[in-house]
Design a protein around this ligand. Structure first.
Ligand code: 5GP
Ligand code: MG
Ligand code: MG
Length: 180
């Protein structure tokens, strides 16, 4: 397959992503087997991951989405998180699994998890496709993690830079010349 001209190299190929998703789905099936749970995707970054993941989890559950913003269009977290679009379903008493594209500083998820707990969720866990633990500013360890990655800015499979590249079927490292 042709690499996008702005992509330096492929970090997670389509084949690798498929393996990661299958393995995460298996773990989730085992852990949520007896629970009344809800998958909450954080838009827009989680859209490709969540679509693939939910089809592999062979249990009964509901899905919902939230939009939380901290980034604007740059490559650094502003630290100020706000909820731009809220859930449509009640979370009271539910076991919530938040599905995220990537954890960087941890600010976004920290805020969202606290918010869901104050809304009365019974439990809140996190399933992230990628994690950059070296960049953490608040202590947060994902319950399910697809891949730990180095401190590079990645795009594709839902992840954007300035709203571009979300449609790439793989995850690639963005060329620095694009944003520097
Ligand atoms: P945090 O609040 O943990 O610093 O940032 C989380 C959000 O920032 C992610 O959900 C994602 O939208 C964005 N983000 C963090 N690192 C990257 C990256 O390497 N590439 C892209 N495209 N987005 C990122
Ligand atoms: Mg995100
Ligand atoms: Mg983004």
């Amino acid at each position: 397959m042709m690499l996008h001209k702005d992509v330096e190299s492929v970090l997670l190929s389509q084949e690798k992503l498929e393996k990661i998703v299958k393995s995460l789905a298996k773990q989730i099936e085992k852990d949520y087997n007896d629970k009344e749970f809800m998958m909450v995707g954080l838009l827009k970054g989680s859209v490709a991951f969540m679509a693939d993941l939910m089809k592999r989890v062979n249990l009964d559950f509901s899905i919902d989405f939230m939009v939380a913003s901290s980034y604007g269009s740059g490559t650094e977290s502003s630290g100020r998180v706000k909820i731009v679009s809220d859930l449509t379903l009640p979370v009271q008493g539910k076991d919530v699994l938040v599905v995220e594209d990537i954890i960087d500083s941890g600010n976004t998820l920290n805020f969202v998890m606290n918010y869901l707990m104050t809304k009365g969720a019974n439990s809140v866990k996190v399933c992230t496709l990628c994690d950059k633990p070296s960049r953490r500013k608040v202590p947060l360890v994902p319950d399910y993690c697809g891949a730990e990655i180095p401190d590079e800015f990645i795009v594709g499979y839902g992840l954007d830079y300035a709203e571009k590249y979300r449609n790439l079927p793989y995850i690639g490292i963005l060329k620095r010349s694009v944003y520097e």
